[in-house]
Design a protein around this ligand. Structure first.
Ligand code: ATP
Length: 491
């Protein structure tokens, strides 16, 4: 009911009672008391339920168990959160406080969820805002909002009787983009400067320990000042989940739903390659809606299958490769990994065919025990073999390559140039600037041709390893070192 109607009718009733000669003083006092109580409670309610914004948000006790498929991110995150959990030890050891953590990953992978879980884990208050909310046409507004956000975090922690608060800023790239890169850059720059000032103000002595958690899927756009030591200097990658992760997320989002006996979460996970956590949540929800529409009391497997299409078509999954492409990526990555392990045993850390950033697949190398600054000819040639391993594996299976090896070739070409520059090619000792371009080009192609022949022979001789690794990778989507070794041994 509109306020005006209530006030108008109230005044009308009082006038009518006065007209009848009734004493209205107690009624007026009672009314005033009721209004005061209403204002107090409405304020608290609004604080409690308003969503993301410079207003605060209740977090319904999300824990790390509610986040699926992000085990590595959770472990790295927890490690960083120890700083909030051990304030006394930190001061005793003279460690400067950890002020910020940056979560980097595609949309819908659970960054907000992780930040909320971090607040529960560290028993901190939680306030959240999105980068776009700080940006206004008017100078100074953004900076003021940043100040308000930090002050609200401190107040909220006090109100809830907590020692710490987590300030979560989503879409950080909008607020924290490189200075001078926006058209109306004065306002953007002031806002970012204010954030840096607030972060610099966080100290060990404060009553409320603050931690800023930023989230972005474009870490490359951020101003270097924000990533400097003492600011958001810890980065945690939050990637798309692999099959095992998707099963876990499906379990989380179906636990409150009545599933029919024929539902196989493994199969659903298999069919949802490239889905983010948010898309899996939406899938589970859609399946339930479809079942309800058919008047069913339980959700059968076919509803999940139908919902997959709905999510794919409805949301237009960007960059979802076809099954054939996924297979090619698996073979390509297996090629890199097998060559790498044969050329330098112990060099493969993990491999995956789950898209990450711009890459459709990825092989992560083990960091060598010691930093290496000098390379021998054999080592450089080994690195070229690894770079070419992906394309060669594609050749072996399909008799043709794809555009997926473009970056590998560039890397191989640069390594070949390094061989020439270091006087290790057939040109002997040379000064690069004096070598005619066509001669350097010819030498590069010659080096690459020879190394390619060696890599091809190596992979063909170890075809059993390539078969085993590629099929296990396609089956499981991600292989850590342990699983990769088991696969090699079983081949
Ligand atoms: P954005 O970058 O778009 O802000 P985000 O990475 O912060 O996205 P969330 O907001 O955390 O993603 O996820 C949205 C919803 O999707 C969550 O509330 C949850 O229901 C579901 N979800 C996303 N990721 C996961 C996950 N890893 N485990 C379980 N649920 C998830």
């Amino acid at each position: 009911m509109p306020k005006e109607v209530v006030v108008g009718s109230g005044a009308g009733i009082i006038l009518f009672m006065l007209f009848l000669g009734i004493n209205v003083l107690p009624l007026i006092l009672f009314g005033l008391l009721a209004v005061a109580l209403f204002i107090m409670f409405e304020g608290q309610l609004r604080d409690g339920i308003k969503g993301i914004g410079t207003k605060t948000k209740t977090i319904n006790h999300v824990t790390f168990d509610d986040v699926g498929g992000q085990d590595t991110a959770i472990n790295e995150f927890k490690e960083a959160l120890e700083f909030l959990l051990k304030p006394v030890e930190i001061v005793e050891m003279g460690i400067r406080p950890l002020k910020g953590i940056l979560l980097v990953g595609p949309p819908g992978t659970g960054k907000t969820l992780l930040a909320k879980a971090a607040a529960s884990y560290t028993k901190s208050a939680f306030v959240a805002a999105s980068g776009s909310e700080f940006i206004e046409m008017y100078a100074g507004v953004g900076a003021k909002r940043v100040r308000q956000l930090f002050s609200e975090a401190r107040k909220k922690a006090k109100r809830e009787g907590k020692n710490g608060a987590i300030v979560f800023i989503d879409e950080l790239e909008i607020l924290g983009a490189k200075r001078g890169s926006h058209q109306s850059h004065m306002e953007y720059d002031q806002t970012l400067n204010q954030l840096l000032v607030e972060m610099d103000g966080i100290s060990n002595d404060e009553e409320t320990r603050l931690l800023v958690v930023g989230a972005t899927n474009r870490a490359d756009m951020l101003d270097p000042a924000i990533l400097r030591p003492g600011r958001l200097d810890r980065q945690v990658a939050v990637n798309l989940p692999d099959k095992k992760g998707r099963v876990k997320i499906l379990m989380i989002h179906t636990q409150n739903k009545p599933l029919a006996d024929d539902v196989c979460l493994e199969d659903i996970a298999k069919a949802t390659f490239g889905f983010s956590g948010a898309q899996i949540e939406s899938l589970a929800n859609e399946a339930a809606i479809l079942a309800l529409r058919d008047g069913e009391r339980k959700i059968a497997h076919r509803y999940f299958v139908e919902a997959i299409d709905k999510v794919i078509l409805g949301e237009k999954l960007d960059r979802r490769p076809s099954d054939e492409e996924i297979k090619r990526v698996g073979i390509h990555e297996a090629g890199h990994a097998v060559v790498s392990e044969l050329v330098r045993p112990g060099s493969v850390s993990s491999l995956t065919i789950v898209p990450r950033g711009q890459a459709l697949g990825f092989m992560r190398k083990n960091t060598p025990e010691h930093d290496q600054y000098l390379y021998t000819l054999q080592e450089l040639e080994g690195q070229i073999m690894v770079a070419l391993g992906g394309a060669i594996a594609e050749d072996i299976y399909y008799g043709a390559r794809s555009t997926g090896a473009r970056n590998d070739f560039e890397q191989a070409w640069n390594l070949a140039k390094e061989i020439i520059k270091s006087g290790m090619s057939s040109l002997g000792v040379i000064a690069v600037s004096e070598v005619p371009n066509d001669l350097a080009f010819k030498e590069c192609t010659e080096i690459l041709k020879n190394v390619e022949e060696n890599a091809s022979a190596l992979l063909n001789d170890n075809r059993d390893l390539l078969d085993a690794v590629s099929s296990r990778l396609l089956e499981e989507e991600t292989l850590d070192r342990q699983r990769f070794l088991e696969t090699l041994q079983s081949a």
